[in-house]
Design a protein around this ligand. Structure first.
Ligand SMILES: [Fe+2]
Length: 254
């Protein structure tokens, strides 16, 4: 009886937190749409919350200079120096990429998190790799993924398109819907809104590993990156970034 009461109480707290997070998300999405949106986003992106385009630059040389830092048994982060990170950001977010992303989404962005992730096969398939959406963010937060060596065996990231969001949330049956697989050999840039698209980190087959770049972008007045971005490569992403980005010191792309 006491336990049931406790659980009911916890459930109440859980739903209350969900409500606060939802209000935060709606409020900042509204502000960003009103003050920061430069143009209407492309119809396909409005519907799917996902885009992909070719990437011509070669990142492999710079990535080879990275140092491996083990996060846990199944996942590592590769750290690069401040100088190399600046080079990588300027290569990825060259004028062409920035214009393409703004044309698709309607926003300019601040780059607030950068991480090179390496995964190996996890024996516990559910370990941190369950389908989810990123709750404590605005609906406009954008994740950029660049798969470096990802084929079907390397456990590609799965993304369920935005128009499936409510169906999946209500039924919680992921198997009924086919996700998009983020495959590539450093030749594609993918972007999606993780607050409105369910996604799941893949599990590489036994003996395979995956390497991909993951970047978090938040709407901003101009294209820039967080000044101390390199310091936070080995840490997880910060949450409630629409609020915290207001106080970030940033460097503008030239
Ligand atoms: Fe996520």
């Amino acid at each position: 009886m006491r336990l049931a009461k406790k659980l009911r109480k916890n459930k109440f707290i859980y739903y209350f937190i969900c409500l606060i997070v939802d209000i935060y998300s709606s409020f900042f999405s509204f502000l960003e749409n009103f003050f920061l949106k430069k143009r209407t986003s492309e119809y396909h992106f409005q519907k799917t919350g996902l885009f992909k385009f070719n990437f011509e630059e070669d990142l492999k040389d710079i990535l080879n200079l990275s140092v491996k830092f083990k996060d846990n048994e199944y996942q590592s982060t590769r750290i690069i120096s401040q100088r190399d990170l600046k080079k990588v950001l300027n290569l990825i977010f060259n004028k062409n990429t920035r214009e393409k992303i703004t044309q698709i989404t309607g926003f300019k962005y601040s780059i607030d998190h950068f991480q090179i992730l390496e995964n190996i096969h996890s024996l516990d398939a559910s370990y941190k790799r369950s389908p989810h959406f990123d709750k404590s963010f605005s609906r406009n937060m954008l994740k950029i993924f660049i798969p470096i060596n990802i084929d079907f065996q390397n456990g590609p990231l799965k993304v369920w398109e935005k128009f499936l969001f409510l169906e999946i949330k209500n039924k919680n049956k992921f198997n009924e819907y086919d996700p998009k697989l983020l495959l590539g050999q450093g030749n594609y840039i993918y972007g999606f809104n993780p607050n409105t698209c369910f996604h799941q980190l893949g599990n590489p087959d036994l003996g395979f590993q995956s390497q991909q770049i993951m970047i978090q972008l938040n709407p901003s007045l101009y294209w820039c990156f967080k000044q101390d971005l390199y310091k936070f490569q080995e840490f997880g992403e910060s949450k409630f970034t629409s609020l915290s980005f207001l106080f970030n010191k940033t460097i503008k792309f030239i």
